[in-house]
Every structure is written in structure tokens, then in C-alpha cells.
Design a protein around this ligand. Structure first.
Ligand SMILES: [Zn+2]
Length: 381
């Protein structure tokens, strides 16, 4: 009976408090680079030290032959319930960035950020769109705007709902915001010191919003190639990133292409991949996002598919890993996560195989820690 009680107490303590541990003799991707044969010490949820000789009396986890890296971020989702957050956490995706949804649900889901079994959740609130524009067709009420003068009030409303960044929709296949309104929204977001990211589908809209200082594109354009020289110039003059959502385009554009009229011309998958490579070569950060639940994409393991597609497009695997870890943390100002550095949150993955040798090894996750606490894996114990 005593033994049972102490076991129960142990279970209570191990789930209730952050663990201290050291992962020894492992290969580390720290969010920037690879460090061979090193150890990482975690105390009370925080990374304390990365060194090859750590002498502390704490739980030792043998990392020999394994690979330790920051947890993953999906930079483009639409989450409708806490199930999305738990599905993500099970796949090592510990940050979800929502790009348009119902603000009352979003605020409730963000309350799970301290719970180990759920991904951290950040959101744009409702995206900025025109009356009857893209984003208004899902059956829930969406605030819209029509003039540049409304932009500061729109941004204030999103901030009041807990938004971390602004999402703007420019989709001319439906009613859409005027160029002036888009520019005013970007300025209003910057006035409040939050990033402004934009849904575009056309190359000309992409270059317009980037020239107006948008911080990022949440898809790559689909209609025509952008000249490499123009991309290079934009990359030199402006500071922005792209979340290409290749899995979404591969899954969705096939059927759209079949029904497309002449003026709705769409690039082939190969041509879209070539745009991503061109953007990477121009020095633009490429972030990883999948736009679930569009095209029945899930919130967890499908992020691995996106990483694979970005690598297939020609982005080196090390940069694909950055695009799912340190880059979103920096670009979306998520705080001290996404890197293995002293003082950072211990949001970590221990993999059995090295994904730098083969990107598909990202699915070999053995352990996941959220803020130093181990996520219990439902299908892997
Ligand atoms: Zn989306």
C-alpha cells in the first residue's frame, strides 16, 4: 500500500513540476547550427547549459546516436478546438500560429498554453478582409472593413481580443481590400509593434504588399513567376519572410486547375516549387506552415510533409529545420523558444535519427518536452 502511494505521489510530482535533466553525448541542432557530441542541461523548464562535460546530479538521458533539436512550429493554421492543439503536441509541433478564426474560441484555446499536452497557441484573431471577401464564407461572423480610416480601429479590436499579429487577406477572386486599406492596415499594425502578414495568391499583389512593408506572406503566389531580379531587389530593400504552404497548394490546386478559366491561370506544382527556391536564393527566410484543416491536412505529422516538400524545392535541410524552429520564433516574436540556448524554454525533441541526413527522419521522435515537461505520447509507449 505504501509502495502504491509513493508511486502515485511520484506520478503526481513528475507531471506537476518541471523536470531537471541532462541529455548527454548527443548531436544538437540549436536552431542555427549543428553541435556534435555535446550535452544539454535543463532545469525547471529552462535550458541552462550546452557543453560536452556537464557534471550535475540529475536525471541523465543518454543521447548517444540521437539528435536533439527545438520543437517545431506550424506558422499557418486555423484551429477550431483544443483537439488541434493536442494533435500538434503529439507530433512535436509545440507552437501553432493561427491565421484567421473565431476570437472567443481562440482566447479560450490560448489558456491551454501552460498545459503540457497541448501546443502553445498564438493567433491573429479575425483576419482583415473586405465585406463578402475571402474569409467571410465559413459561416461565422467576421468583422470587415472598407476604408483606410478604419484600419487603426480594426487593429485595436484584434489586440483587445488577444491577437499577437495581424493577418490581412488580399484575394481578388472575391471582393478584396483596396491597396490603400492594405497599406493602412500594415502601418496600423506596425504602429502597435505587431507583425502584419498577408494572404496573397498573385505575384503582383505579393510585390505590392511587400513594397508596403508587410512582414510576411502566408502563402506563395500561384499565378505567374516573379522575376528573380525583382525578388532579389525586394529582399534587399525590405525585411520579410514567406510561408509557402506547399502541401496546401499540391493538395488543392490540382482540382482548381481543372476548373480554372483562362484569367485564373495557375502555375504547375513544379513552377511553384521553383518560386520557393528563387525566394530562398534571394535570401528570404522560408517558414514552415500547412494551413490545416484545409485539404484535410492535420495539425501534427503533416508538418513533416511540408518540410519534405520545401527540401524537395531545393531549400537545404538545415534551413528547413530553421524554418520550423528558430525563424518563426524570431519573426513572430514568440519569446525565448525555438532555439537551444541558455535561458531559452526547454521546448525540445529527441529524435532517434538525424533529419539532416534525411528529412524524413523528422518522424523518428522519441521524446518531446514542453517547457521542460515530457509530453506523454499516446501511440509510442
Ligand atoms: Zn489559411
Amino acid at each position: 500500500m505504501k509502495a502504491v502511494l509513493s508511486l502515485l505521489l511520484f506520478a503526481f510530482f513528475s507531471s506537476g513540476f518541471s523536470q531537471s535533466f541532462v541529455v548527454t553525448n548527443t548531436t544538437v541542432f540549436d536552431g542555427e547550427k549543428v553541435i556534435e557530441n555535446t550535452s544539454v542541461l535543463v532545469e525547471n523548464g529552462t535550458i541552462i547549459k550546452i557543453a560536452n562535460d556537464i557534471q550535475v546530479k540529475t536525471q541523465q538521458i543518454d543521447g548517444t546516436g540521437k539528435f536533439l533539436m527545438p520543437s517545431l512550429t506550424n506558422s499557418h493554421v486555423h484551429a477550431w478546438s483544443a483537439l488541434a492543439l493536442s494533435e500538434a503536441a503529439q507530433a512535436g509541433v509545440l507552437h501553432l500560429l493561427d491565421m484567421h478564426g473565431m476570437e472567443q474560441y481562440q482566447a479560450t484555446m490560448a489558456q491551454l498554453n501552460d498545459s503540457t499536452q497541448y501546443a502553445n497557441y498564438f493567433y491573429a484573431g479575425a483576419a482583415a478582409t473586405a465585406p463578402e471577401g475571402h474569409g467571410t464564407q465559413f459561416g461565422f461572423e467576421v468583422p470587415t472593413l472598407t476604408t483606410p480610416e478604419e484600419a487603426p480601429g480594426f487593429v485595436n479590436d484584434r489586440l483587445a481580443a488577444g491577437a499577437h499579429y495581424l493577418k490581412i487577406i488580399v484575394e481578388p477572386w472575391k471582393n478584396t481590400l483596396s491597396n490603400e486599406t492594405v497599406a493602412a492596415l500594415i502601418d496600423a499594425a506596425h504602429e502597435k509593434e505587431i507583425p502584419a502578414v498577408v494572404h496573397i495568391s498573385k505575384a503582383t499583389d505579393a510585390s505590392y504588399v511587400l513594397s508596403e512593408n508587410a512582414d510576411g506572406l502566408v502563402h506563395i503566389w500561384w499565378d505567374q513567376p516573379m522575376a528573380a531580379s525583382q525578388l532579389k531587389q525586394l529582399a534587399e530593400e525590405k525585411d520579410f519572410f514567406i510561408i509557402p504552404t506547399l502541401l496546401t497548394s499540391v493538395k488543392l490546386l490540382g482540382s482548381i486547375r481543372k476548373n480554372a478559366t483562362e484569367e485564373m491561370k495557375l502555375l504547375s506544382d513544379e513552377a511553384i516549387f521553383a518560386e520557393v527556391k528563387k525566394a530562398y536564393d534571394a535570401g528570404i527566410p522560408i517558414l514552415v506552415g500547412t494551413d490545416p484543416p484545409n485539404a484535410q491536412i492535420n495539425y501534427g505529422t503533416d508538418l513533416y510533409e511540408e518540410m519534405k516538400l520545401i527540401a524537395e524545392a531545393g531549400v537545404p535541410v538545415l534551413d528547413v529545420l530553421k524554418g520550423a524552429t528558430s525563424l518563426p520564433a524570431k519573426e513572430f516574436r514568440l519569446g525565448k523558444t525555438g532555439s537551444i540556448q541558455p535561458g531559452y524554454r526547454a521546448d525540445l525533441l529527441l529524435l532517434e535519427k538525424n533529419p539532416l541526413e534525411d528529412i524524413t527522419h523528422i518522424n523518428s521522435i522519441e521524446k518531446i518536452w514542453k517547457h521542460g515537461k515530457e509530453v506523454s505520447l499516446s501511440n509510442n509507449n
